[in-house]
Design a protein around this ligand. Structure first.
Ligand code: HEC
Length: 117
């Protein structure tokens, strides 16, 4: 009996420790994504991610996405955003970002998702 108790106790401990590791990983990923965002996306999508960057006023037609509120047009799962980011949106000012490493693309996606209200 005692053995079982210890076994479940260790499972619970390992489980909560790995949750902490995941939370820490996500925090680091979001921090790195923020840096990539500030270097590449801020001019159009804005400092706060509201789609009102300094370049946005000069963009004719389709305006940059507001990441804080409203719906994404091309899907909101990380996988769908990855596709949009990699291919860009032809016919709009949104360029393809295949030039960023995959790791950087996932990081910037984690960051823009963290902006959503
Ligand atoms: C030169 C301006 C410009 C830059 C720089 C830019 N974007 Fe965009 N982005 C746009 C525009 C305009 C749209 C709107 C396209 C549409 O609605 O069809 C857009 C749309 C998007 C979407 C689509 C969201 C949806 O509705 O599905 C994502 C995701 C996105 N941008 C992410 C980024 C990220 C991340 C960066 C930086 C790595 C970035 N963009 C840099 C102009 C820009």
């Amino acid at each position: 009996m005692k053995l079982h108790y210890n076994f479940y106790l260790s499972l619970a401990l390992i489980f909560s420790l790995s949750l902490n590791v995941f939370a820490e990983d996500l925090k680091l990923q979001i921090e790195s994504g923020k840096k990539i965002y500030r270097e590449n996306c801020i001019a159009c999508h804005g400092d706060k991610g509201d789609g009102r960057g300094p370049a946005a006023v000069a963009i004719p037609g389709t305006k940059p996405r507001n990441f804080i509120e409203g719906k994404y047009k091309y899907g909101e799962t990380s996988k769908e955003i990855f596709k949009t980011l990699t291919e860009g949106v032809p016919g709009t000012a949104m360029p393809p970002w295949a030039s960023l490493s995959e790791k950087d693309r996932w990081a910037v996606i984690a960051y823009i998702k963290s902006l959503k209200k």
